[in-house]
Write a protein that binds this ligand. Structure first.
Ligand SMILES: CC(C)(COP(=O)(O)OP(=O)(O)OC[C@H]1O[C@@H](n2cnc3c(N)ncnc32)[C@H](O)[C@@H]1OP(=O)(O)O)[C@@H](O)C(=O)NCCC(=O)NCCS
Length: 204
């Protein structure tokens, strides 16, 4: 059992009241190499090819890896992503490599499970053919900037304790390590934070 070292007192309400509307065609951010925008239904085969892999899915959520089964499930997931993007600056987006138009994976800002103080988390999962190129870090820094610029007070990243690539990514982009908690998932998470006013993206 790991001690809960993250105190809810450090998580004040996260939202400034801002009026934003979500348009499914919205590009959320563009970086030197990437475009962050909604997943498209015709990209369901690519999403399936990411979520049918244990190497990706084993790090997401609690319990046994839940592998995606077929195209219908991938299409349904893309519809879900649109719904989850209806309350900006929350969202679940595709990371498009501008030079090729190919989707490297997903980056997201969503509520943590059972949030009590409006805590939100950033997440990332890429196809293995797109690892090792700095795309995840570039995309994560871009959506954190977007979220903080649009009213979020802070954004967390929650990683499995042995997910060293994710922890390295959080550190690489300048997120602050807060400690280990069992507050939001059944298994312990290592927690990182980007806070408005103090977070400055580091070069990935
Ligand atoms: C976590 C995950 C996104 C990390 O991907 P990643 O490609 O290692 O992360 P980054 O984008 O930060 O890339 C860093 C790597 O790219 C390399 N790189 C190459 N070109 C680069 C460039 N132009 N700029 C920056 N880094 C570059 C870096 O040297 C580094 O390589 P290293 O790991 O061998 O040192 C990926 O492993 C993944 O999708 N895992 C499965 C899902 C998952 O765990 N999600 C998180 C749940 S909390």
């Amino acid at each position: 059992m790991h001690p809960t070292v993250v105190d809810t007192d450090v998580f004040p309400p996260l939202w400034h009241p801002v009026a934003m509307t979500a348009d499914p065609s919205d590009v959320v951010a563009e970086t030197a190499r990437l475009r962050i925008r909604p997943w498209r239904l015709e990209e369901a085969p690519r999403l399936l090819d990411i979520h049918r892999r244990v190497a990706v899915v084993k790090w997401l959520d609690d319990g046994e890896p839940k592998l995606m089964k077929d195209l219908a499930e991938a299409q349904g997931r893309i519809e879900d992503y649109r719904e989850w993007s209806a309350s900006p600056p929350r969202g679940f987006w595709a990371i498009e490599v501008r030079e090729t138009g190919r989707v490297a994976g997903s980056v997201l800002i969503v509520d943590v499970p059972n949030a009590e103080n409006d805590e939100v988390q950033v997440g990332w999962h890429l196809h293995p053919d797109s690892w090792g190129q700095g795309y995840a870090a570039e995309a994560a820094a871009a959506v954190i900037t977007y979220g903080l610029d649009h009213g979020l007070r802070q954004i967390l990243a929650l990683t499995h304790l042995d997910n060293h690539p994710s922890q390295a990514l959080a550190r690489r982009i300048g997120m602050e390590r807060l400690g280990i908690t069992e507050q939001w998932y059944e298994t312990p998470s290592e927690v990182f934070r980007a806070a408005a006013g103090t977070w400055r993206p580091r070069d990935s």
